[in-house]
Structure formats: structure tokens, C-alpha cells
Design a protein around this ligand. Structure first.
Ligand SMILES: Cc1cc2nc3c(=O)[nH]c(=O)nc-3n(C[C@H](O)[C@H](O)[C@H](O)COP(=O)(O)OP(=O)(O)OC[C@H]3O[C@@H](n4cnc5c(N)ncnc54)[C@H](O)[C@@H]3O)c2cc1C
Length: 319
């Protein structure tokens, strides 16, 4: 492959490169065609070199974290898929005094490819409190920042202090301090930027080991009881709307769509806002089911559900 040869010629990659890598293996839905080129840079410097190379050659690229909020087309993705998996560093510091004051706030810096599981485990080991609500959240720190993930009433932006990111247009590393005007429910400024999140700094405090462990366990148990991990999925399909005043799951339940299936994609029989892969679902099954639910709910209630899951690659119009 041309791009692959040129990339190998230009950058001495220590990380992994696979042509035609199945993306189903890299998503929690277990769905998706191949990436023309799948690249897992070994570290930040290598990731930036790869991004610069792709920028110059005009090869399209998609950034993949834990793949827990994406539906990748059955046709796969053209160009390069860049996995952040190797950017999984974690470090703790005292914060800068000027910003942290005497509040006892500590800062934890996590590489964008660090899984939320690894971050939470380290907090637990070191008795650091503040992130407990995110226990059990699949995916990576970069994905959670990009999505401004929200769990049990707490958004990532509530605990975020700064983000280091690579600006692809300017080819510069930038530091983003958190201005709450740029963040909202499941919205982050990165959704409108051509950038790669490299690392994020979050605020934590020393806490009591037993309290931290028992809170984390409680949230994980709650997810298990709600059937989050029973089948492959991407978690909640639709955002909740404050205007409508009802969670999207309840709106879908009331429309009688629990258990409704198209091909191998099914509205979870126990939760209206989760679509599960019952075994052989295609991305097109999921897209058609999402389209069906939106149309049906719009027809019944006049309300337009907004998808939270992201579709990547070519899809037929399902509306
Ligand atoms: C069982 C289950 C339960 C879930 N529960 C919740 C929940 O309670 N709350 C919630 O908010 N979400 C939930 N989710 C959805 C998902 O886990 C979150 O959105 C998660 O934060 C996505 O992280 P990820 O690393 O998997 O991102 P991915 O799915 O890999 O990517 C999501 C988006 O982020 C972009 N991205 C990822 N990393 C970077 C980076 N370093 N730089 C720039 N862009 C990047 C991708 O390009 C993509 O557009 C759940 C999912 C599952 C499967």
C-alpha cells in the first residue's frame, strides 16, 4: 500500500501498523469493517509525527480511543485509524498552587489512551477521591474528554483542569484551560476542533480508602444490575433531553420499542436506551434501528431524539 510504504519511509515507527485491520475487534459493539491502515503510535512524539505526515499527504484519519461510543461502517474506514492505546501514562502532582490554592486539590495527569479503568484503579490504590462516579465507564480518558462523558450526575468537565492537545491545522501542541462556556451536557470543544487529545489533568483529593472503594463498587454494581455489560453495545444510544423532561430510555419504553429488532441489532429488552448486538449485528442494522426509533418516537410524541453514539464511515440514509 502506497501510504503505508511512504509512512514507513518517512517515519521509523516503533508502534504498530496493520493494513486492513478489522475494527470490530476495537469497538465495544463488536461491529465494523476494516481500517485501510490501523496505526498505534508508540508514544506522543510518534503520534504527532504520524499526524503531521497524514496532514501533508492528505490521508484522512480517524482517532480511536476505546471504541465504546462509535458505530463503524460495515465498509470500514478509508485512510488511517489512529489508536491512542499506547498513550497510557499516569502521574500525580500537587497542582500549581496559584490555581489550586489551599483546597488540598491534587492533580492527576492521564495520557489520552489511558483507560478509565486504569485511572480509577490508580485513584483507588492511592486513596484519591473525586472520580468515583466514573468507575465502570468503558473507554479511554481521551474519549471521555472528547465526549464530555457524564456518569451519575458528574461530567468529565466538572473534574477537568486542563487538556493538552495537538492542533492538526496549526501543527502545534496546545494547552487548553477549562472555560465552562465551552462545555455542556455531553459537549466538549474538541467536537468542533481538528485535534488529538494527548493528555488531561483532573482534580482529585486525598480521601478515605474504604469510602472510595465502596463508592466505586456501588457504581459498578449499579451498571451491572442495569445490564450494561450483558451484550456488546455502545451504552446509551440517545442523549437525555432536559427540555423534554423524561430520560430517553423512558420515552422509548413508553413508545413500546423495548426488544424491537432489526437484523442482529435490538433495543435491549430491559432498557430502552441501549441497543445491543445480539450476535451478528451489522453497523447498517444499528443505523437502521436508530433511524426507526427516531422516526417512530417523532411520530408519536413530536420529539426528536438526539443520538449520542457516533457513526463513522459511509452509511445509507436511514431517516
Ligand atoms: C456499557 C457502556 C456504558 C456506557 N456508559 C456511559 C456513561 O455512563 N456515560 C457516558 O457519558 N458514556 C457512556 N458510555 C459511552 C462511552 O463509554 C463514552 O462516551 C466514552 O467516554 C468514550 O470513550 P472511548 O475512548 O471509548 O471513545 P471512542 O468511542 O473511541 O471515541 C469517541 C469519540 O471520541 C474521539 N476521540 C477518542 N479519543 C480521542 C483523542 N485522544 N483525541 C481526539 N478525539 C478522540 C473519537 O474520534 C470519537 O469521535 C458507555 C458505553 C458502554 C459500552
Amino acid at each position: 500500500m502506497n501510504t503505508l510504504c511512504k509512512l514507513k519511509e518517512n517515519i521509523n515507527i516503533r508502534g504498530k501498523i496493520f493494513p486492513s485491520e478489522s475494527l470490530a475487534e476495537h469497538t465495544t459493539f463488536r461491529i465494523g469493517g476494516p481500517a485501510e491502515l490501523f496505526i498505534e503510535p508508540a508514544d506522543e512524539a510518534e503520534l504527532i509525527a504520524v499526524m503531521e505526515f497524514l496532514g501533508k499527504t492528505g490521508v484522512p484519519c480517524f482517532i480511536l480511543g476505546g471504541g465504546s461510543n462509535v458505530v463503524i461502517s460495515d465498509d470500514g474506514l478509508e485512510g488511517a485509524v489512529i489508536s491512542t492505546a499506547a498513550l497510557d501514562s499516569l502521574s500525580i502532582d500537587d497542582g500549581d498552587r496559584e490555581y489550586a490554592g489551599d483546597s488540598g486539590e491534587l492533580r492527576i495527569r492521564a495520557g489520552s489512551g489511558c483507560t478509565m479503568e486504569k485511572l480509577l484503579l490508580r485513584c483507588r490504590e492511592l486513596s484519591l477521591s473525586g472520580l468515583e462516579e466514573f468507575a465502570g465507564l468503558p473507554g479511554t480518558v481521551g474519549g471521555a474528554v472528547y465526549m464530555n462523558a457524564r456518569c451519575y450526575g458528574r461530567s468529565v468537565s466538572d473534574v477537568l483542569r486542563s487538556v493538552t492537545w495537538f492542533d492538526r491545522a496549526a501543527e502545534k501542541i496546545r494547552e487548553c484551560r477549562i472555560d465552562m462556556d465551552d462545555w455542556d451536557y455531553k459537549k466538549s470543544p474538541f467536537q468542533n476542533r481538528e485535534g488529538v487529545i494527548l493528555s488531561a489533568v483532573m482534580a482529585v483529593k486525598k480521601g478515605k480508602a474504604e469510602d472510595i472503594a465502596s463508592l466505586m463498587e456501588r457504581y459498578i454494581r449499579d451498571r451491572e444490575e442495569k445490564g450494561h455489560f450483558r451484550y456488546p453495545s455502545a451504552g446509551s444510544v440517545f442523549k437525555n433531553s432536559r427540555e423534554y423532561g423524561k430520560p430517553s430510555g423512558l420515552i422509548i419504553d413508553e413508545a413500546g420499542l423495548r426488544g424491537y429488532a432489526i437484523g442482529g441489532a435490538q433495543v435491549a429488552p430491559w432498557h430502552g436506551n441501549i441497543i445491543i448486538n445480539t450476535g451478528n449485528a451489522s453497523a447498517s442494522d444499528v443505523a437502521r434501528l436508530v433511524g426507526y426509533i427516531r422516526n417512530y418516537v417523532r411520530g408519536k410524541t413530536g420529539f426528536d431524539l438526539e443520538p449520542e453514539i457516533l457513526f463513522a464511515g459511509p452509511f445509507q440514509d436511514t431517516e
